[in-house]
Design a protein around this ligand. Structure first.
Ligand SMILES: Cc1cc2nc3c(=O)[nH]c(=O)nc-3n(C[C@H](O)[C@H](O)[C@H](O)COP(=O)(O)O)c2cc1C
Length: 194
């Protein structure tokens, strides 16, 4: 049994992304994992100001929901980052959440090349939805995830589900007309099977 924290970075209340996340959660729960969901629509997390107070042992100057999320982040084996594709990348809400990892980093006397600090070691996965479905649709989002979450922060990639072709937000969510919900269930069910 693994502890899984799913962080939903926006999207409509019962939109494509929420439905994708719910299917993943059903699969991961059916496999016996302990799954928690945080919606950044409900819990406000602002971006990092770069004040560096946290580097001098002081609490973060941002007064928002992030502090109450820190124990959940630390306890999780896997963090699932979920977002609609907005202007070809992850939502600003999810980006702000990731920026705040700065205040949970620790000093690393001997960091890897290109890294400045130490982060807790966790697994990570990416769940996204979009209207378009071109070969380049997720290029920026995947690049950000790989460089920042995997390469820089150092989490271990457990996979991505990039659900293209879910319809634009000027219409009803269309994800139920695709195979993505089935795939998300299977992704959740099998994520710790092997
Ligand atoms: C502000 C905004 C920007 C968007 N940008 C893109 C985009 O760059 N590429 C794309 O394929 N879809 C884009 N979309 C469409 C959404 O990614 C897509 O409809 C998504 O599934 C919506 O998720 P939701 O139903 O969870 O809200 C955009 C939608 C909005 C509202």
């Amino acid at each position: 049994m693994k502890k899984i924290l799913v962080v939903l970075g926006g999207g409509r209340p019962n939109g494509n992304t929420r439905q994708l996340v719910d299917s993943f959660i059903r699969g991961a729960t059916d496999a016996g994992n302990d799954v928690k969901l945080i919606s950044l629509n409900m819990t406000e997390v602002k971006g990092c100001t770069g004040c560096n107070a946290c580097r001098y042992g002081k609490p973060c100057v941002q007064k928002d929901g992030f502090n109450e999320l820190v124990p959940k982040i630390k306890a999780a084996d896997l963090i699932v980052f979920a977002s609609p594709l907005l202007f070809w990348t992850i939502s600003s809400k999810l980006k702000a959440f990731i920026e705040r990892f700065y205040c949970i980093a620790e000093e690393d006397p001997n960091p890897l090349l290109g890294r400045y600090e130490k982060y807790p070691v966790k697994d990570a996965a990416l769940l996204m939805t979009s209207a378009d479905d071109f070969f380049w649709t997720y290029e920026q989002a995947v690049s950000y995830y790989k460089f920042t979450v995997i390469n820089y922060i150092g989490f271990h990639d457990k996979g991505m589900l990039l659900a293209g072709g879910c319809g634009d937000t000027n219409g009803k969510p269309q994800i139920d007309k695709t195979n993505h919900l089935k795939d998300a269930y299977a992704f959740g069910l099998n994520i710790y099977k092997n």
